[in-house]
Write a protein that binds this ligand. Structure first.
Ligand code: NAD
Length: 434
């Protein structure tokens, strides 16, 4: 089953529990618009190579399309469609005035110099410029994209669009409108209009949801955790959990992981420091994504596959999709699977985990803290305001806890798992606007 088909299975499961207006289900089974690009990248040696780029604008019933940009060799249309679909559901679950979108370039950025990466990001923006904007479609970071790339995109977009701005009294372009143009992307650096707290938002939002879940379940502390993926989401989540007394006994990145067999848990500050010292992508544009931690720690090496099957309380996939499949779902020993990556569990694996009584917190709620603070950033740009970190985190906590409570209540009332409950909530909100 393709990733997109797997995503539609989740939609169809939920649609059985809610009365939808005729034709709406069919409408939600297809993206509204697909943009496919061949982006010319001028390499440092002067050669031009064509890169495949995508933007899927899935649905805008609730507001402008919203969702990240991924730079990864496995990016393809099926994946982008699924990711855009999940953004539609996620934004509705957490009650944001956004629809769903996603994009990406099929590229391994580790093979590019910083200059090449910048040229590629700017060229992509020029191609997309007529179809993105604060009121139309608002991209953000995802795998292998970060604040620096978002800054390049915002800068290029402003250059392209500034020519169209009205001229003020002193003959200058009207400043407030120019400031609003920055709302074309979120996840920017603070100095370029980014929000306080965006960097940690996905991990922190996950933590707020996890705390509520643990209380509901009465899970005994200290809680043991394994995390697959140690980039923005995985490493921030690890740090927050560590600081709050959770025992992080295994972490991994694309090269493999480390495992503390004593179950006492790693000092995540040291792990992050090690990764910062050693990890780099091309030109170090994204320090912290790849690092051979195993050499630093003698606790032991663990493969990404084995990490998933550890006997722990909570398993957090925070890397890529389709890592829990029908082949390994029967071997998962965690009590809770907490999906911080998008789409880490296939539809078949979902069923198996469900039958085995393993509780799954779905991606569309667990990792929605990132897009929630993206929304705060967008709001700050549109209104030309600056929020404090305290305000951002307080508002994030409120949003995440409210969404958790609603999903939990639906799950109890309808006697469905948390994924189906989250989809029911999203569908109710979409129906109310259509
Ligand atoms: P990132 O690029 O910062 O980090 C990705 C991590 O996954 C890295 O540690 C990388 O080494 C690891 N990884 C990549 N391929 C792997 C593989 N095959 N096996 C094991 N590990 C692998 O990306 P991120 O922003 O942390 O995103 C991670 C996941 O979270 C993605 O599914 C993304 O869509 C989702 N997500 C991200 C955000 C956000 O705000 N960044 C928000 C919501 C969801």
């Amino acid at each position: 089953m393709s990733i997109f088909d797997s995503a539609l299975t989740q939609l169809n499961n939920a649609a059985r529990h809610i009365k939808l207006p005729e034709g709406l289900l069919e409408k939600l089974q297809q993206p509204e618009r697909i943009i496919q690009l061949n982006i010319p990248l001028k390499k440092d040696n002067g050669k031009i190579e064509l890169m495949k780029g995508y933007r899927v604008q899935y649905n805008n019933d609730l507001g402008p399309y919203k969702g990240g940009l991924r730079f990864h060799p496995q990016v393809d249309m099926d994946e982008v469609k699924a990711l855009a679909f999940w953004m539609m559901i996620k934004n509705a679950v957490v009650d944001l005035p956004f629809g769903g979108g996603k994009g990406g370039i099929e590229i391994d950025p580790k093979n590019l110099s910083v200059k090449e990466l910048e040229r590629l990001s700017r060229e992509f923006t020029k191609f997309l410029a007529p179809n993105i904007g604060g009121g139309m479609d608002v991209p953000a970071p995802d795998i292998n994209t970060n604040a620096k790339i978002m800054d390049w995109i915002a800068d290029e977009y402003i250059k392209v669009q500034s020519a169209n701005l009205p001229v003020g009294k002193a003959g200058c372009k009207v400043k407030s409108e120019k400031t609003q143009l920055r709302a074309v992307v979120t996840g920017k650096s603070i100095k370029n209009g980014g929000s306080e707290g965006r960097e940690q938002a996905t991990g922190l939002g996950g933590y707020f949801v996890l705390e509520r879940l643990i209380k509901k379940l009465g899970l005994k502390r200290p809680v043991t955790v394994a995390i697959q993926g140690f980039g923005n989401v995985g490493s921030n989540m690890a740090k927050i959990l560590y600081e709050n007394g959770y025992r992080i006994v295994a972490v991994s990145d694309v090269k493999g992981g480390i495992y503390d067999r004593n179950n006492t848990g790693f000092n995540i500050d040291l792990v992050r420091k090690c990764k910062e010292e050693k990890g780099f992508l091309a030109g170090c544009y994204c320090i912290g994504s790849v690092c051979d931690l195993a050499k630093k720690y003698e606790d032991g090496v663990i493969s990404n596959q084995d990490l998933l099957e550890l006997k722990i309380d909570i398993l957090i996939p925070a890397a890529i999709e389709n890592v829990i499949t029908k082949d390994n779902a029967r071997k998962i020993k965690a009590k809770i699977v907490f999906e911080m990556a998008n789409g880490p569990t296939t539809a078949e694996a979902d069923q198996i985990l469900n039958k085995r009584g393993i509780l799954l917190m779905p991606d569309v709620l667990a990792n929605s803290g990132g897009v929630t603070v993206s929304y705060f950033e967008w709001l700050q740009n549109m209104t030309n305001k600056k929020w404090s970190l305290k305000k951002v985190n307080n508002q994030l906590k409120k949003k995440m806890e409210t969404a958790f409570t609603k999903v939990w209540q639906i799950s109890q009332k309808e006697k469905v798992n948390l994924r189906t409950a989250a989809y029911i909530l999203a569908l109710e909100r979409i129906v109310a606007k259509t």
